[in-house]
Design a protein around this ligand. Structure first.
Ligand code: FES
Length: 182
């Protein structure tokens, strides 16, 4: 189009051509801008994509007896590398004493690694027990200070108003030292 109009007015061809080139370039710039935003925008994951995303957790830095908290789908996930004593305590608990009876073996894939959604099943507080200095409640697992729920070393509710055990999220071991949650 720019060429045909420029040929129709050869006397001021250079000026008109420059003008048309400028206009064309401007439209091109707007077009690129208009295309670029959805492209850049598409590089930011949408909230629903984030909500579905899985999370890889490297287990190597988590020493026996310690824990880490990783965010997944907007919730804290607790990963604890349990000691032999913690595993034993979880396995010796009589089922008859459990409010939400579930064997420890059914809540883990490897004896020492306990993976939990760190959200109290009472009203959704985040229980304490991840840091070495945190109170861990009467059963050595986690303690929710909001209304006093005590969870054991399998994350099962043992005392207080919470109705259910801390949830175990879907996860898989992708290697001996890494899990993928979600
Ligand atoms: S929210 Fe945890 S005890 Fe109420």
């Amino acid at each position: 189009m720019a060429d045909s109009m420029a040929q129709a007015a050869p006397q001021d061809g250079e000026t008109r051509r420059d003008f048309l080139n400028l206009v064309t370039a401007s439209f091109a710039a707007v077009g690129v801008g208009a295309l670029a935003w959805p492209f850049i925008s598409s590089m930011n994951p949408a909230r629903d994509v984030l909500a579905l995303a899985s999370t890889e957790i490297d287990l190597k830095p988590i020493a026996t007896g310690s824990a880490v908290t990783v965010m997944w789908r907007g919730k804290p996930v607790f990963v604890r590398n349990r000691t032999a004593q913690e595993i034993q305590a979880a396995r010796q608990a009589p089922m008859s004493e459990l409010k939400d009876p579930q064997a420890d073996q059914a809540r883990v894939k490897k004896d020492n690694w306990l993976v939990l959604v760190g959200v109290c099943t009472h009203l959704g507080c985040v229980p304490l027990g991840q840091k070495p200095t945190d109170p861990r409640g009467d059963y050595g697992g986690w303690f929710c200070p909001c209304h006093g729920s005590h969870y054991d070393t399998s994350g099962r509710i043992r005392k207080g108003p919470a109705p259910a055990n801390l949830a175990v999220p879907d996860y898989t071991f992708t290697s001996d030292t890494q899990i993928r949650v979600g």
